[in-house]
Design a protein around this ligand. Sequence first.
Ligand SMILES: [Zn+2]
Length: 274
Amino acid sequence: MTPRDNIILSYGDMERDTIQSSQECPRCLGGQDKESSLSVGMTGEGLLWWRCHRSSCNFRGGWRGGMPGGEGTAPVKARSTYTYHAQPLPDEVALMLAERLHVPVETFGETGWSYTPAYAGRGRRVMIPIRDPDGRRRGFIFRSYWGDTPKAMNEVLPDTGESIAWFRASRYGTTVVVVEDAPSAHRLMCAGMDAVALLGTTINEARADEIVKAGFRKAIIVLDNDATDQAIKQALYMPRFSGLFNVKPLDKEDVKDMDDANFTKFVSEVRAMN
Ligand SMILES: [Zn+2]
């Protein structure tokens, strides 16, 4: 079966106006790092589309009706988009998050974090808004703090730009800190820094474009050691964006996990790179 047929069989009867991110790409299988790099969506008009975010793969396409394989193909149950009931963050959850991320408890409500008691049969989840550079919501991260896997599941609306989550502290900043996960970006924003979370480790031309169009002239890539080599390669291989990216490898802890002293030191080091 071709990767294209594979996608049509798996997602061909997706509900309209839905999208699923962080799926496995049948062409590259996520590469060495087994990234969940594929987004698949069904438009309101019934067009199935897909796109792999790994720049070395870039598998994309569209399909409208007509199952492959002809007669005799068993009907395949599509992975459906999940229903959930969003509610305000319970106080005890907000307090837990504030303690873990070392940020004021009111910052979560102020920036639209919410909660669902159940999601996709994978436990209760904190819902973190995925916003575009102008603050418009483009989706949600459903993040578990209670041991359910996967730790984070994303839903992104179609045609809302890149699947990256902006946490801007200012309107006209010129330097943005690029991190992997949304809680780290939220913590940086609370410290007054513009941040964007890749929701993974992919940096490609479209994402670099979004950063530049948002007015930033410098992007400091902060990724853990495993991801850094790959990140440097991805960033340096984009001649259109030479000079945009700087890399600051992390010693051991994620930004979200640093104690106050390490975080303060980290922030001053990043500011010194401006
Ligand atoms: Zn791929």
